[in-house]
Design a protein around this ligand. Sequence first.
Ligand code: PLP
Length: 326
Amino acid sequence: MDAQDRFGALIGDMPLLELRRFGERRNLRARIFAKVEALNPAGSIKDRTAWGIVRAAEAEGRLVPGQLLVDLTSGNTGIGLAALAAARGYRAKFYLRASTSTEKVALIHRYGAETVPIDDAEFLAPGGVDAIIARVRSENPDAFYTDQRADPANPRIHHDTTGPEIWRDTDGAVDVLVAAVGTGGTISGTGRFLKARKPGLRVAAVEPGPDSVPTPERPQVDTVEGVHRVTGVEPRLLPANFDAGVVDAFIPCETREARAVARALAREEGLFAGPSSGAVLHAAAVLAGRPEHAGQTIVAIVADSGERYLSQDDAIARPRGGPGPA
Ligand SMILES: Cc1ncc(COP(=O)(O)O)c(C=O)c1O
């Protein structure tokens, strides 16, 4: 293995952590295990996506040495791709929402990649994402568009790695998978693998609640990066990598609930997860409180660390020496 491949070898094989105190405090009837993806080399589950897409493109000769990688990203894919680009000798440039956390933008720059901020309202306009994709492609005609929303290598890497790891590490006991939907790669690939192993397994997606859905009229709503609405969205506007057939239940979560669960998790379990993980664990707790899941094993995807959202959090504005908001 050469040095460049050793970077890839660090990706994946992430541990499960049982959230015992979290479950006891809420009188939950099912066991919840967090799949802790922040331990990937560039800090999120999106390192898998980046690795899957880049390696497939290299193998198929679609990427040439030194080429520019471009994508539309909520940040984590950009960070994963930027790190991988640095390790494998590519240049990289990412178009992201202007509201993306400052830490994520700074991390992308630290790996030597460029960013282009796009107004949130542009994303939310009818057909906005398609228009931005067209712009990304036309502004970078010679670049390799990594296309995390449609490249089948995205769900495939989760089918081939995330799913088998969960199966192995629960000894096949997993009954429910809970994840957020950004591109849909995680939930679709992991869900497909696990359902093929265990047909009774249920897959649940967390979605923003009604107060947390931005609209063209209200683009400034506080949202959770990586948690997108799926129900009620026209199928042609959903990412091609989202397989609606794999999801059995959609659980709503407001942004304030997601942030509160992420804060509670840090205090109760010592696991400092990002807000999308707060949303996923909110959904996992809802399911774990239901009688039909009593005694079951729920695996929740903890996509990244809260460290990359600290500037969005009131924790940094706490009174000196105080514990901050609960
Ligand atoms: C923090 C976070 N959580 C969850 C997701 C959802 O992952 P996926 O794109 O595989 O649906 C993303 C990516 O969009 C993310 O950045």
